[in-house]
Design a protein around this ligand. Structure first.
Ligand code: PRP
Ligand code: MG
Length: 181
């Protein structure tokens, strides 16, 4: 289809709802980290949009860095192993780290990332995720900030892709099954 929106069966969250939610989350985070240096770490590539909008919802100083990780055995996350494609530039020893992602699905990515960053001697490591699929969770992960819990459907937009497409969609929606089946 010409318009990325044509491939959706429904819109779950509009751009406006997403921005409202991120502003709420940012306000809570600012309150919780008052008086502390904060480093937010975006998980490439999905978290690009959340990072950009969340960071600009803060009025305080915040350091920003990025990681890129991938599950072994491309596509399937069943192996439970994650490798680092791009590491942090910043030494996080003694730092307050908040990992930012757009979705927790099986939990593998953030469960692994949280332990990995804690092992580097960060003062604290917490997670903020815009979306979580409670029915898909396979690994223990306990995000401090969650935007919305959603059903276990194939969602795209606002950073979420299907084969690298739909990330640029402003809304988040459910992908029509005929696209991926
Ligand atoms: C997606 C998403 C999360 C992760 C969640 O990233 O952006 O980071 O999967 O899934 P999980 O809870 O089952 O680990 P992906 O690894 O597909 O890469 P991307 O961010 O580049 O799209
Ligand atoms: Mg990701």
């Amino acid at each position: 289809a010409e318009d990325v929106k044509d491939d959706l069966v429904n819109v779950l969250f509009t751009e406006e709802q997403i921005h409202g939610k991120l502003a709420e989350m940012a306000k809570q985070i600012e309150a919780d980290y008052e008086g502390k240096d904060l480093l937010i770490v975006g998980v490439l590539k999905g978290a690009a949009m959340v990072m950009a909008d969340m960071a600009r919802s803060f009025t305080r100083h915040v350091d920003m860095d990025w990681m890129a990780v991938a599950s072994y055995g491309s596509g399937t996350k069943s192996s439970g192993v994650v490798r680092i494609i791009k590491d942090l530039d910043i030494d996080i020893h003694g730092r307050h780290v908040l990992i930012i992602d757009e979705i927790i699905d099986t939990g593998l990515t953030l469960s692994w990332l949280t332990s990995s960053l804690r092992a580097r001697g960060a003062e604290s490591v917490e997670i903020a995720t815009l979306l979580r699929k409670p029915d898909a969770l396979q690994m223990p992960v306990d995000p401090k900030y969650v935007g919305w819990d959603i059903p276990n459907d194939f969602v795209v937009g606002y950073g979420l892709d299907y084969r690298e497409k739909y990330r640029n969609l402003r809304d988040i929606g459910t992908l029509a099954p005929h696209i991926y089946s």
